[in-house]
Design a protein around this ligand. Sequence first.
Ligand code: F6P
Length: 540
Amino acid sequence: MTTRCDLSPVWAELQAHYAASGRGFDIRTAYKADAGRFGALSFEAPEVFADLSKNRVDEPTLTLLLKLARDCGLEARRDALLRGDPVNTTEGRAVLHMALRAPAGSDVPFNLEVQASLDAMLAFAEGVRRGERGEITDVVHIGIGGSDLGPAMVVQALQAFGRRDLRLHFVSNVDGHDLAPVLAGLDARHTLFVIASKTFTTQETLANAQAAKAWFLAAGGTDIARHFVATSSNTAAAAAFGIATTFGFWDWVGGRYSLWSVIGLPIAIAVGADNFRELLAGAHAMDRHFAGTPPERNLPVLLGLVDIWYRNFHGFTSRSVAPYHQGLRRLPAYLQQLEMESNGKGVDLDGNALSMGTSPVVWGEAGTNGQHAYFQMLHQGTDVIPVEFIAVKHPNHGVSGELAEKLADQHRKLLANCLAQSQALMQGKTAAEALTEKAPTASATLDREVLARHRSFPGNRPSTTLVLDALTPRSLGALIALYEHRVFVTGALWGINSFDQWGVELGKALCNQLLPRLDNGDTTGLDGSTAGLLARLLAA
Ligand code: F6P
């Protein structure tokens, strides 16, 4: 068994396959040659349908990629993860976020502790919803990174399941421009603060929590114990901060995998205990799919393998995510942490420098907004950027009457746009085709052939489309778990540790060293650029 995919003998087979037919692969030709391509390359997983047919892959490619996965022992690595082996080797920790969504009585590690923690957190959330902490109209959640992105994304996505009289606010940035406008509209007597930090040492979160506490007291708030709670694995630090109620969790829950733990408290407050359990159930269904489906039909495995094909053979360095649902507009930001913090690594598990690429840049925006911004580049730019479309069949606008009809019509427009974009990316338009068209805004004096070249599209640009029937707690849970497992698959094949994040440390340490210089203006020993910038920022 080879643990790193570029050291596997199958790697060379894939390189040869790429040179022979992968490089020149044309999705349009493949479709012409095989009318059954959609059926062969679309897959069902719990709550998620995936069309992979508009990708530069065919059966021989997938067969080789699956052979690579087998040779790298992917299934054994997955089983080690699920068993609770310390797969986060640099921190000596297990990685068990799947245990957080396994039902009571499951044969998974820590099931009793997890259920007790979940019950306590959900009981608290329901209590807040029922007014047991006084009339709470606003919840301010203070956390950053994994202690913010997941809960913030999910609460936004599940807005239709929330209550209008209970508003959730998320503050993450140390920049006071984040906190100040949130506090400006609030009444201390009706506000609950949730301070979320796994370590309870994070500069941004502690600074915002201190500021919120000061504001609360200045605004006439008296009962800190009632209006401030924490979610943290460092309960001692939370207590030292003056917080009476802390929901604790374990070191085997990674920050960017923590929304399923007590870090999900704001989600539970927003949508209630039953919906939170649905979110967990959706994720658990995807866990079972990942754990038990043969690689040939295992969606996280297949998506991960296509990612490897694009990153390491085609050399594509980026992937764009386009959710065609406004509720999912924070999904790209969430995925950036999930994928880039997990797999943005340069050495393998043994510390050897890698010569193959790892995490692509993941970025995006909700459709249709992205179409009017950067899709120009996706269609005609010099880089090929695979796009991931997410379409939701049934909307949930929560309105009735004439407005409901109008919005239903808008939903058809939304779906038509989503389909049209992936179609256009694949189809393209030749200069000859462009020559036959009359574009109303085109110059009348420019040479027609030149104009046609400007107006042609290369096509053969790959995309994947994921389809959900509706955006519900269950489908969202499944979708997020799908991405988590896909990131595991690519990380496992690259032979890296997807569960540490040492790359964030240096900047934090330097920030701590620079902070006093912002007071005293001392630039001694600094590099020329930092000294110059500091002086400029401090100049009268
Ligand atoms: O800076 C990166 C990071 O450590 C993330 O991995 C984590 O999600 C985030 O900071 C917040 O950390 P904490 O929950 O400990 O405040």
